[in-house]
Design a protein around this ligand. Sequence first.
Ligand SMILES: [Zn+2]
Length: 174
Amino acid sequence: MDHRPFEDWLLDNPPLTTDQKYQLNTHLRTCSSCAALAEVNLALKSVNVAAPAMGFTDRFQVRLAARKQALRRRNFWGFALLTLSVLGLFLRVSWPVLKDLLQSPVNLLASWISSLASFWASLQAIFRAGMVLFKVVPGFVPAYIWAVILFAAGGWSLVWVVSLMKFTKYPQGV
Ligand SMILES: [Zn+2]
């Protein structure tokens, strides 16, 4: 088979007349070799279209470097922002505890004073109750009963005060 004009046409890509185009197409339908050449030509043409312009590589590298730098900068700011937001969130969440921690001397003193006052008030109440009992209940109650009652009251108030102190050591919000 003679591929002469068709091969040249395919390789040089000259302007073809309608008749020449028809001949080429007819030949391509019957000749696999020229059809393959035409296909390669077509592929090369599309590659040529997509081929980079002059200085593209340099520009690409410059742009890549800039992009990398921007990415690094963005990473830095992202990291900083993340750190700040985590820190802020941590502060926001733990603020009540931190506040208590900062004010803990005052809080401790206040809780001590309040528990002392409660202790004093309960002592007074017990004493008054004892006086009432002493006045109302006649002397037939043996002395050891009084001792047991006093002992029990003392032990109870001691336990109460200790538990109160333990409770006030951990203020609300924990
Ligand atoms: Zn051919």
